[in-house]
Design a protein around this ligand. Structure first.
Ligand code: ASP
Length: 326
């Protein structure tokens, strides 16, 4: 029997001034999801089922940017995307451009299990959702008041945001933008709210799986696809490890971050944390993103070069951590 491990994230790039009660809410949700996953692992649920279960929970809560609470496109609509990958056979399913699917990660799972393809998008993905009978909601269900406000600010600032921002008093800005701060009415704009979610798991059989789900970027162009549904970029799982990324999708895609963590383990023989550190240092533009990872040996690791990352980790030998900052 191997050792299980699990990690969850709720996005990289966090406002240093995020009010404490909002930090606590995020940490509570991450802890709840971690426990949900741990209990499932203790009941011997396979890794791929556990990542789906946990990401569903995160999508259903409006706090993070996935499912309900998704970031809004330039037109004020949601276009959600998600992916799931099962390490042992490297099967995956991915979806983009969803407007009414309550739990995009479960549709990605159905694409993997029940379709002849691996990746469906926009109207074809919506048709598949209807055929499969997954739960659909009115578009309004996904749109939160916070996000409507945020879109207004993003439009005024003429910015597409991977981390949500509001104007801050004073000069403190996200480290990611320190050299080139986005300003609005002369004020620096600071990161505000949590983002994309993901979960990686290795179960007691040593099987790895990963899932990622997102609304994408606030004020994104309609039709924009980020890293989260792209295998090898935002999500990857194979025999040796599972990885889920968060941050600016364009940078994550450029760095093929998730696959590179697995590649340096496979080809350079690096241990999990070494692989994570190597890829973040060598492949990722400064200040852009972060990731969580587990290995078949039951190790758990994370890394980021953005300002903070909402995350939680636990492993069978009793380690547990929920945190936001370095
Ligand atoms: N990576 C996501 C995207 O670019 C955003 C995020 O992680 O917050 O769509």
């Amino acid at each position: 029997m191997g050792k299980w491990a699990i990690a969850v994230h709720g996005g990289a790039g966090v406002d240093p001034n995020l009010p404490l009660h909002r930090q606590d809410e995020a940490k509570q949700l991450l802890a709840r999801c971690l426990h949900l996953g741990i209990n499932a692992l203790r009941s011997n649920l396979p890794a791929v089922d556990v990542v789906e279960l946990v990401v569903r929970e995160l999508e259903t809560d409006p706090l993070f940017n996935s499912g309900r609470g998704s970031a809004l496109s330039e037109n004020g609509t949601v276009e959600m995307e998600a992916s799931i990958m099962n390490g042992p056979n490297r099967q995956y399913g991915a979806v983009s451009g969803l407007t009414t699917v309550k739990n995009p990660v479960s549709l990605a799972r159905l694409v993997m299990d029940k379709s002849p393809h691996s990746y469906l998008a926009f109207s074809g993905a919506q048709d598949f959702a209807r055929q499969q009978g997954v739960e659909l909601m009115q578009n309004e269900y996904f749109i939160t008041e916070d996000n409507v406000e945020m879109l207004k600010l993003a439009k005024e600032a003429n910015a597409i945001l991977f981390d949500y921002r509001i104007p801050t008093i004073g000069s403190e800005t996200c480290a990611a933008e320190a050299d080139n701060p986005i300003t609005m009415n002369g004020l620096p704009i600071s990161v505000y709210a949590p983002e994309t979610v993901g979960c990686v798991v290795v179960d007691q059989e040593g099987q790895c799986a990963a899932a990622t789900s997102t609304g994408g970027l606030m004020n994104k162009k309609t039709g924009r696809i980020g890293d989260s549904p792209i295998i090898g970029a935002g999500t990857y799982a194979c025999k040796v490890c599972a990885v889920s990324c968060t941050g600016e999708g364009e940078a994550i895609l450029r760095g093929t971050l998730a696959r590179d963590v697995a590649a340096v383990m496979e080809y350079k023989g690096l241990a999990l944390q070494e692989a994570v550190d190597f890829v973040i240092k060598e492949r990722l533009d400064e200040g852009k993103a972060g990731l969580i990872a587990v290995s078949e040996k039951g190790e758990v690791a994370y890394g980021f070069n953005a300002n903070g990352m909402f995350r939680g980790c636990a492993s069978e030998d009793g380690f547990m951590e929920v945190g936001i900052w370095e």
